[in-house]
Write a protein that binds this ligand. Structure first.
Ligand code: F6R
Length: 245
């Protein structure tokens, strides 16, 4: 794993955006794996700026999102579909038929997982996967204990993840209990992975990623086995904790 530190969240977002924009320019048909949540919003802001000022085009880019809540429609502002529209897609020249997100409203959830895997097979592999890090070590919505061999599947969200994500909802009761997520093996199929880690609340998880063993109890630990992983961490993650990145 190649670890790069940035002095601030803004610097991390700019660095990640510059890296991705270069990749898109080098390969206009790139397949990107995308994440939601707080961590990549600064990156998406920078990508939009770059698109507007430098004209980087996403016309031929394909994207796959990691996950979606079960039971939230596209119109629900808390769905990851709405998140991606708001924070990225509506500002780019990307073609909506090439932006894939699991359908959390599907009446046949297992079938939806299989369909998503089929799409990954047809349009993939993912060239560059962007990941955030859960405070409990999850990647995508693969909670501790998920099999490293998992493909796209339905997960029951842990109380800690529902609590962490409740900041986006009116009430914790409104946070869905389940989600569809790409599996760990689906994520590991990406040719390259860029993991973004920002904020003091990720310090413990980051430390465990660096120094802990590879275990299904800490899903992100599998990244140590991927041949091409870059980690971008900001100063607040490192703090004065003595973590040596
Ligand atoms: C989101 C996702 C999650 C987040 C993680 C960190 O699509 O897959 O793994 O990356 O929960 O979330 P934030 O960035 O909100 O701290």
């Amino acid at each position: 794993m190649d670890i790069i530190t940035a002095p601030s969240y803004e610097a991390l977002s700019k660095e990640a955006a510059a890296y991705i924009s270069r990749k898109v320019q080098d390969n206009p048909q790139i397949v990107l794996g995308l994440a939601t949540g707080s961590t990549p919003t600064g990156l998406y802001e920078q990508l939009i700026k770059d698109h507007i000022t430098l004209g980087t085009s996403y016309r031929h880019v394909t994207t796959f999102n990691l996950d979606e809540y079960v039971g939230l429609s596209k119109e629900n502002p808390n769905s990851y579909y709405a998140f991606m529209e708001k924070h990225l897609f509506q500002h780019l020249d990307i073609q909506s038929e090439y932006t894939f997100i699991p359908d959390g409203m599907s009446a046949h959830q297992q079938k939806e997982c299989n369909i998503y895997e089929e799409k990954l097979k047809k349009h993939g592999p993912i060239d560059l996967q962007i990941l955030g890090l859960g405070a409990n070590g999850h990647i995508g919505f693969n909670e501790p204990g998920t099999s490293f061999a998992s493909r796209t599947h339905i997960v029951e969200l842990t109380d800690s993840t529902r609590k962490a994500n409740s900041r986006f909802f009116k009430d914790i009761k409104d946070v869905p209990t389940h989600a569809i997520t790409m599996g760990i093996d689906s994520i590991m199929g990406a040719k390259e992975i860029l993991l973004l880690v920002a904020g003091e609340n990720k310090r413990k998880a980051f430390e465990q990623l660096l120094y802990g063993e590879i275990s299904e109890d800490f899903p992100a630990s599998i990244l140590k086995k991927h041949p091409c992983v870059k980690i971008l961490a900001d100063q607040s993650v490192l703090g004065t904790s003595g973590i040596i990145a």
